[in-house]
Design a protein around this ligand. Structure first.
Ligand code: SF4
Length: 665
């Protein structure tokens, strides 16, 4: 029995370093390492039980080739040679007949590691001249807002939350995603810190908060601007700081003051006194930190909402002290360029959008998509407009290859399924986007069955298609080393990886905003009304777009579930899913707890069970994201009801504001 070091590259901010116990060639225990201060010996239940994923009955162990009708899930076993040959032939034919853009790679957050995403895949697809996929289902809108105001200024470290005296958790539920900030919030609370939670749901953290505000979805920006207005009116704005470190302060103040508090209360559904309490707590709290999540970006006002929230620490100047400021994505602390290292070529090509995958598969012409290659993702269950995605996958003239560790709903629609390794079975290099850590890991066990890594498969296709070049880095260890070496200060990173086991960015593991790190905008200042964001948005930055009229009165949100990372691990969860709705909404529809219900709108319907709870605000219903077909009676999930409409800045999808009705089934 041995304990080996590994790391979690899944789509989670915390980037845990792991201690993995291996016995008889099998993983028997996964625990958090104490090497990484954020992990601190603790990990989530999902990865703690990774053995169920590794050795579960859904694991794909051999290449498979379709035998039944498309989508039937009928396959026969095949050799790697036959399966890779079929994919290479489909790609070659598509490229030679219709052009490289008729090939569409499709991936998302199944791994945030550079050896599974951004290197070997980009080398292959760029040399094929394939269409490029804009992976815009998450974080693009928040990234646009953050980039506009601050550039890529690193945020407050999650480990520093214990030093805060006012913590705002806005649009995120750490008990489901990113658990490691919780102990630091608890330490702060024990020392007297106040906690504000902003979420339409009464999350576990909201129950422990001093103030819980539950705004109507898509109104977070109105709430944040109302708080800003109160800060200005109450004399809590730091005029000197605004003058010296910000651009656009006067215009921001004008926009914040444009709406009366009573109007803001009516729009958000939050009592004006509660908004005043927020402003009072925020003004008095020092150090004060805002954890800005991604829940508030997924609607028609996403960019304005995130920008308004991130403007608050500038207005009151909460910077310059440990635990003062904000945390959003910390990925800007790193400057890796894995594509260049891998030898991906710059190319003029077509861009397709993951949020509009259904349209890409059914409507693109000149040329249509003829080959879809899916890896690190389960798009049938995670993309909006689900029925259109399904129709696309069922096209007889579309060749679909899926490389995955388990038989996903998307894989069931494939012509060829390839068995993929998990992150414990291949080498990886991954940086955190919450944690300030770079992890390098080597495989701790042999691959299950005949599974192969992305690196092996993409390079296998590169060879079959005659696209390999002299000087290409093939070995994953060499690829990881080259990526690190190409980073500014790469020698230090390499030394830390070799000697400590993990590495830190230049900003260190706990940067103080506006002291150790500064805005990385062109001006070097905080841009409170940044161009071009302001001119791109339909009503300008901070302009509120009201909800369109709809005959479907309820707003559906689809937050993360603690049992899965979007769709990853949901094969391990059984039972029919529940949609949660408020007792008032349930009573108005004659719905009781546990009743079978039909959720519907003009796009489709989902059949599941109701859970009546006052843990969600009236008018809003809540269904977990990433569910699999087996979790509903109709085989359709929330994405069957979510249109492929984009947020205000043309990025990300409005996952948190689908209009629906719920009736007894
Ligand atoms: S999913 Fe997040 S919390 Fe769980 S092990 Fe991975 S990084 Fe850590």
């Amino acid at each position: 029995m041995t304990v080996l070091r590994s790391a979690c590259p899944l789509d989670c901010p915390d980037a845990c370093t792991l201690d993995v116990t291996v016995d008889g060639g099998r993983v028997t225990k996964v625990r958090g390492s104490t090497l990484n201060p954020l992990t601190a010996g603790r990990i989530c239940g999902k990865v703690m039980h990774m053995d169920r994923h590794l050795y579960g009955s859904d694991r794909v162990l051999t290449p498979l080739i379709r035998t039944g009708p498309k989508g039937s899930g009928s396959f026969r076993e095949a050799s790697w040679d036959e399966a890779l040959g079929a994919i290479a032939e489909a790609m070659r034919t598509a490229r030679d007949t219709h052009g490289g853009t008729s090939i569409l790679p499709c991936s998302y957050g199944g791994s945030n590691g550079y050896l599974t995403e951004g290197t070997y895949n980009r080398r292959l697809f760029s040399r094929l001249g394939a269409s490029r996929l804009r992976r815009d289902v998450c974080a693009m809108t928040a990234g646009a807002a953050l980039g506009g105001l601050y550039g890529k200024m690193p945020g407050v470290a999650l480990t520093d939350y214990s030093a805060a005296r006012l913590i705002v958790v806005w649009g995120t539920n750490p008990h489901a995603t990113g658990i490691h900030v919780i102990p630091h919030i608890q330490v702060a609370q024990k020392a007297g810190a106040k906690l504000i939670v902003v979420d339409p749901r009464t999350t576990q953290l909201a129950k422990r908060a001093d103030l819980h505000l539950a705004p109507h979805p898509a109104t977070d920006g109105v709430l944040a601007l109302a708080v800003a207005r109160l800060l200005f009116e109450g004399g809590h704005a730091d005029r000197t700081f605004l003058e010296e470190h910000c651009h656009g302060a006067a215009e921001f103040e004008r926009r914040a003051r444009a709406r009366a508090l009573e109007d803001a209360a009516a729009i958000t559904g939050i009592d004006a006194d509660a908004i005043r309490s927020f402003a009072d707590l925020y003004a008095a709290g020092d150090p004060a930190v805002i954890r800005c999540g991604w829940g508030l970006e997924r609607n028609r006002n996403g960019a304005s909402s995130v920008a308004a929230v991130l403007a608050l620490p500038a207005v009151a100047n909460k910077f310059g002290v440990r635990a003062g400021g904000y945390t959003a994505s910390n990925s800007g602390a790193w400057s890796f360029d894995p594509e260049s290292v891998a030898g991906a070529v710059a190319q003029e090509t077509r861009t397709a959008f993951l949020t509009q995958l259904g349209a890409a598969l059914t409507e693109l012409t000149d040329p249509p998509v003829h080959v879809l290659y899916v890896y690190n993702g389960n798009p049938l269950m995670t993309c909006p407009d689900q029925e259109r995605v399904r129709r696309g996958l069922l096209r007889e003239d579309l060749f679909v290859a899926v490389h995955d560790a388990v038989m996903t709903d998307t894989a069931r629609h494939a012509d060829v399924v390839l068995p993929a390794t998990t992150f414990l079975e291949h080498d990886e290099l991954a940086r955190g986007y919450g944690a300030y850590v770079l992890n390098r890991a080597t495989a701790v066990v042999e691959p299950a069955g005949q599974s192969r890594s992305n690196a092996e498969v993409f390079d296998g296709l590169l060879d079959r298609l005659g696209l390999a070049r002299d000087g290409d880095i093939r070995d994953p260890g060499a690829m990881a080393a080259a990526i690190v070496a190409a980073h500014p200060g790469g020698d230090r990173l390499a030394t830390e990886l070799d000697t400590v086991g993990i590495a830190r960015p230049d900003s260190g593991e706990g940067p103080i905003q506006m002291a150790d790190v500064h805005p990385r905008t062109e001006s070097g200042r905080i841009e409170l009304v940044p161009e071009p964001l302001d001119s791109d948005l339909p009503r300008g930055l901070y302009g509120y777009v009201p909800a369109p009229d709809s005959r479907h009165p309820l707003v559906m949100i689809t937050p993360a579930d603690r049992r899965a990372i979007t769709s990853t691990f949901f094969q391990l969860v059984g039972g029919i899913a529940q949609i949660r709705l408020h007792p008032d909404d349930a009573a108005a529809r004659g719905i009781t707890n546990g009743a079978a219900v039909r959720i519907h709108n003009d796009l489709g319907e989902v059949l599941c069970d109701a859970r009546v709870t006052d843990g969600i605000r009236p008018g809003v219903v809540w269904m977990p994201k990433g569910l699999w077909a087996k979790h509903t009676r109709s085989g359709a999930t929330s994405n069957a009801l979510i249109p492929a409409a984009l947020s205000d800045c043309g990025e990300s999808t409005a996952y948190n504001e689908a209009r629906v009705e719920v009736t007894l089934a």
